[in-house]
Write a protein that binds this ligand. Structure first.
Ligand SMILES: [Zn+2]
Length: 300
């Protein structure tokens, strides 16, 4: 059980038992981990083939109102999300190849809107974190490399160990052709996730700007659309990175902080729930966060 859930459990128990803990105190504890009093939620996945994605999508479609991330952000900015409205937006990070063969046919079949945050330097090849892991190398040490250093390092690794990256890692990101094909579908939005997938906090602002600008150009070239939403790699951001993303014209930026989406939520700190788990665990998580939202409303 995570710390957040332990605190939630304690708070729910405390409120149910009508203990001496004051209402304000309970409200404050929850607000620390939660931002809104609405039920709307953005989910995030990485690889569609790692879960029973059809089961997930069908359940979500039947139980909730599925909207695109654009629609969710627009509704939040327009202050038009009702407290109990069960909106869900589905996002996929990085743009893995299985988004093409395991997800794309289902999006079309069931008419489900999906946002893919596409990293761009290693299109058609494994994402560098997976390639390092396949070589038993700790990825943490390389998060602060810039695009040039990282490419150089990976090239030297491939030359030294003589392997085919896709064969070795057994997974890759979407190819150019797959992105082009998917982008023609109205249900799919390709959005920004930096060129190299580096923690932006470790770069200078001009390097960070370059990372984002190259990514914008690659996505624009492949899809014919300038990306309008952004997602911080590794969920890493600070106030300078937030301002940069805003300055570069994005309407929103997603994090990996859990929570629900409300009216006038900070669009550059979109909270999302990780859904790369068994469906029953995802449902529990969604319902827990909705309960938190109800508690906030009752105690604020
Ligand atoms: Zn990512």
């Amino acid at each position: 059980m995570s710390t957040t859930d332990k605190i939630l459990k304690r708070v729910i128990n405390a409120s149910m038992e009508n203990c001496r803990m004051g209402r304000t105190c309970i409200g404050k504890q929850i607000r620390k981990y939660e931002t809104t009093n609405c039920h709307a939620i953005v989910l995030f996945y990485h690889e569609a083939s790692k879960v029973d994605i059809e089961q997930h999508l069908l359940y979500l479609k039947n139980e909730f109102k599925l909207v695109s991330l654009s629609e969710m952000v627009r509704r939040s900015k327009q202050n038009s999300i009702d407290d109990k409205e069960e909106l869900i937006a589905i996002t996929f990070d990085d743009g893995h190849a299985d988004n093409y063969y395991a997800l794309y046919p289902l999006c079309k079949k069931y008419g489900i809107p999906i946002t893919i945050f596409q990293t761009s330097y290693n299109i058609g090849e494994p994402i560098w974190t997976a390639e390092l892991k396949a070589n038993n190398i700790n990825t943490e040490l390389y998060k602060t490399y810039n695009s040039k250093e990282l490419k150089k390092y990976i090239q030297s690794l491939r030359a030294e160990k003589k392997y085919d990256p896709v064969e070795k890692v057994r997974r890759r990101l979407l190819s150019k052709e797959e992105i082009k094909k998917m982008s023609m579908c109205d249900m799919i939005e390709f959005e920004g996730h930096t060129h190299t997938h580096i923690d932006l906090r470790s770069l200078s602002i001009s390097e960070a700007r370059k990372e984002i600008e190259i990514n914008i150009e690659v996505i624009k070239e492949l899809t014919g659309q300038r990306p309008n939403h952004f997602c911080y790699p590794f969920g890493g951001y600070n106030s300078a990175i937030k301002s940069l993303v805003k300055k570069l014209g994005f309407s929103s930026a997603s994090t990996v902080l859990p929570g629900t989406i409300g009216n006038n939520t900070d669009p550059y700190e979109i909270r999302r729930l990780n859904a790369q788990f068994d469906l029953k665990d995802v449902i529990t998580k969604i319902r827990l966060y909705q309960i938190k939202s109800d508690i906030i409303k009752n105690f604020s």
